[in-house]
Design a protein around this ligand. Structure first.
Ligand SMILES: [Zn+2]
Length: 76
């Protein structure tokens, strides 16, 4: 099985839409757990990476597509 690729800032579609009716979530935190924010109601949830990958349907928009000139080189 191919592993789904996603990055911080990507907008993804989950298998189940959010209760508010919107099925677009933005990845706002990466780590052992993934925090995603609903684009519709701005509600954010923290879910384990394994569960996130299981429920991820597809990446709608990659972060790189939106920010073309990534000026802020965040290398902490
Ligand atoms: Zn929502």
């Amino acid at each position: 099985m191919e592993r789904k690729q996603f990055e911080l800032g990507d907008v993804v579609q989950m298998k189940k839409p959010h209760p508010c009716g919107k099925n677009e979530m933005e990845v706002i935190r990466m780590g052992m757990d993934i925090r995603i924010k609903c684009v519709g109601c701005k509600h954010s949830v923290l879910i384990p990476r394994a569960k996130f990958e299981k429920n991820l349907k597809k990446v709608l928009r990659a972060a790189a597509d939106r920010k073309e000139a990534g000026g802020e080189a965040a290398s902490s």
